[in-house]
Design a protein around this ligand. Structure first.
Ligand SMILES: [Fe+2]
Length: 318
């Protein structure tokens, strides 16, 4: 049956939440209207996270909707790409394959703590859209925290201390070894086959740095730009004092009081602005299967730098 372009309905993502909107009734035909594409872009920049619900949802809709917000790019790790569909990242946990962790006695498959996507590269993507392919019977929620609201919650003294500083990031797929993730006593029990391949070559990727604060170009709002996962420390201060400062900031940017936790319905799609939002995967019981597809919306806020051979590395005095 042909879809019909009708007007969308916009409502808050959740009560009292300082970010996010729900867009209901979006059809494939809506996306042929340039005015609608501009409107969706404006909503994305304003609200940071958009839930598309009670509209059309399919792989084709997922890809075309994503292209409203920019060009798509393949994931930098070939292991993460969907076979035959390079613009899709396959995020999966199966009882027989997938990383899982023991978190205080709770076994969680596909758990990913708070992070920005591709923060371990110098050119982080502007956003992504997630769509479920196979949902678990229980669990599998995705958390989001807006970092414009997080910046506004930072005490002024802390804002002054982090202005102009950068965080160093690197590739590491073992989330139990992340020094700035407050994961309690998380232990990796099994690494996904794809993660094992990435881990083998993790030292071949350059470290990168990103500023701890930046200004959203369209609105002038300041964004707290810190991903606890993949972080190694503060570039300008590798001492214990620098680490303590970063931990203070992480406590604010991952404050559960600021979070929205999304419980997925089969036809949902969720878009987030990766330049102003942290997200996390809560994981599933290890007898469950969860398969999601994600697009990667290209962009470059031009503030990241690699610390490789061409980067500003210090010389050894030998
Ligand atoms: Fe992610």
């Amino acid at each position: 049956m042909a879809s019909v372009a009708t007007d969308i309905r916009i409502s808050p993502l959740a009560p009292v939440l300082p970010f996010g909107a729900t867009i209901a009734g979006l059809t494939r035909d809506n996306l042929d209207d340039p005015a609608m594409r501009r409107r969706l872009n404006d909503l994305w920049i304003e609200h940071g996270v958009l839930l598309f619900r009670d509209g059309e949802s399919s792989q084709d809709m997922h890809l075309e909707l994503s292209r409203c917000f920019g060009d798509l790019e393949p994931h930098p790790f070939p292991e993460s790409r969907q076979a035959g569909a390079p613009d899709l990242v396959k995020i999966k946990f199966y009882p027989e394959d997938g990383s899982y962790y023991d978190i205080g006695g709770d076994l969680r498959g596909g758990w990913l703590p708070w992070h920005s996507d591709l923060i371990y590269t110098h050119r982080i993507n502007h956003g992504g859209i997630l769509r479920p392919v196979q949902l678990p019977d229980i669990g599998g929620e995705t958390g989001f925290i807006d970092q414009i609201a997080a910046y506004e919650r930072l005490p002024h003294s802390l804002r002054e201390r982090i202005e102009g500083l950068h965080v160093v990031y690197h590739v590491d797929v073992d989330m139990s070894l992340q020094p700035f993730v407050d994961q309690g006593d998380a232990r990796l029990i099994r690494m996904a086959a794809s993660g094992t391949q990435i881990e083998k070559r993790k030292f071949t990727y350059p470290r990168v740095i990103h500023p701890m604060v930046y200004t959203q170009a369209e609105t002038g709002r300041k964004v707290l730009n810190v991903s606890p996962a993949f972080a190694l420390g503060i570039y300008e201060d590798g001492t214990a004092a620098g680490d303590a400062l970063l931990r203070e900031v992480v406590a604010v940017c991952t404050d559960p009081a600021l979070a929205y936790v999304h419980a997925w319905q089969p036809d949902d799609m969720v878009l987030w602005d990766n330049w102003r939002t942290l997200h996390s995967a809560r994981g599933v019981p290890i007898d469950q299967t969860r398969v999601m597809e994600r697009t990667t919306i290209r962009g470059d806020y031009a503030l990241g730098r690699p610390l490789g051979l061409d980067g500003p590395v210090a010389d050894f005095d030998v």
